[in-house]
Design a binder for this molecule. Structure first.
Ligand code: NDP
Length: 291
């Protein structure tokens, strides 16, 4: 069994971007600028946004963190996004999800200029992705593809089973793994909460992607010997022994499953850091398109 080390791979990608930014500066070109919008006081969202802003500063990107009260109206948020769309210095815009209940995710995502949609959630980017055209690819599935690529895993002809069909993880993952690309060229089964006899599908997987948000849901009996297991889930569970008061758990029961796999991502240190690396790559691309 080999660990797919997202921490290390993310570091390599970010170091490469840092060199590219230094090159832009030498050439007198614009450096990438990411605007991150954070609404309310969700602890997990605050942590994710802080990690993204920190990654920007390490690489040499400019970043703007816009913190808003969760009482902000939908119209005001749409106006703020319109201002960011119009700001020629801003290359990428991300609005951290989840949003307060009175604000529609769909309206907010649609308000972002597709050329600045570095999260890759806008219907235009999703449509382009489906058609195999250049697009901003949602950061988490994009990061997983970068991880498979880094470890030179030839996925062609494999059966990939994805558990979870969200627009930000499971569904775009299914599109990427089924594409005529490398990594890719998989035969894909996309499972969800209505799937009958989910374990039987999981056991058929050469690549199993768990993205359902249920801690330690995937147990050893659900995994084929030698499978590649990608654990996307991140759940905070109360843990008094930790300074933070919580422990992070993936969707895979790591201790049970790891000995059966050929490759597996840990939580933390797997898909999470790759999501940030992919977001940084998307932001660099948004700026390069302008440069
Ligand atoms: P969503 O809640 O949007 O989607 C969960 C999906 O899992 C749904 O399609 C749901 O099915 C399916 N599902 C739920 N329960 C079951 C079940 N018992 N059996 C089969 N399928 C089930 O979650 P996200 O996609 O946003 O996130 C999934 C996990 O990934 C979360 O833990 C999240 O924190 C984590 N995450 C991690 C990231 C990272 O960077 N590492 C980035 C983004 C997310 P249905 O559609 O039928 O409801």
């Amino acid at each position: 069994m080999q660990i797919l080390d997202g921490q290390l791979t993310s570091r390599l990608i970010r170091d490469e971007l840092k060199l590219k930014v230094a090159q832009l500066i030498t050439e007198g070109k614009k450096t990438p600028h990411l605007a991150a919008v954070l609404i309310g006081n969700n602890g997990a969202s605050e942590t994710y946004v802080a990690a993204k802003v920190k990654a920007c500063s390490e690489i040499g990107f400019k970043s703007s963190l816009i913190k808003l009260e969760d009482s902000i109206s939908e119209n005001k948020l749409i106006q703020l996004i319109a201002d960011l769309n119009a700001d020629i210095d801003v290359d990428g815009i991300l609005v951290q999800l989840p949003l307060p209940k009175h604000i529609s995710d769909e309206k907010i995502i649609n308000a972002i200029d597709p050329s600045k949609d570095v999260d890759g959630f806008h219907p235009i980017n999703i449509g382009r992705l489906v058609q195999g055209l250049p697009a901003f690819v949602p950061a988490t599935p994009h990061g997983i593809m970068l991880l498979l690529e880094h470890y030179r895993i030839d996925t062609s002809g494999m059966h990939a089973v994805i558990v979870g069909r969200s627009n930000i993880v499971g569904r775009p993952m299914s599109i990427l793994l089924s594409g005529n690309t490398n990594p890719g060229n998989c035969t894909v089964t996309l499972c969800h909460s209505r799937t009958r006899d989910l374990p039987s599908f999981c056991r058929q997987a050469d690549i199993l992607v768990a993205a359902l948000g249920k801690p330690e849901f995937v147990t050893a009996d659900m995994v084929k010997p030698g499978a590649i297991v990608i654990d996307v889930g991140i759940t905070r569970l109360p843990d008094a022994s930790k300074k933070s008061g919580f422990a992070l758990r993936g969707d895979v029961h790591f201790q049970e499953v790891a000995p059966k796999c050929s490759f597996i991502t840990p939580v933390p240190g797997g898909v999470g850091p790759m999501t940030i690396a992919a977001l940084m790559k998307n932001t660099f691309a948004a700026c390069s398109n302008k440069n």
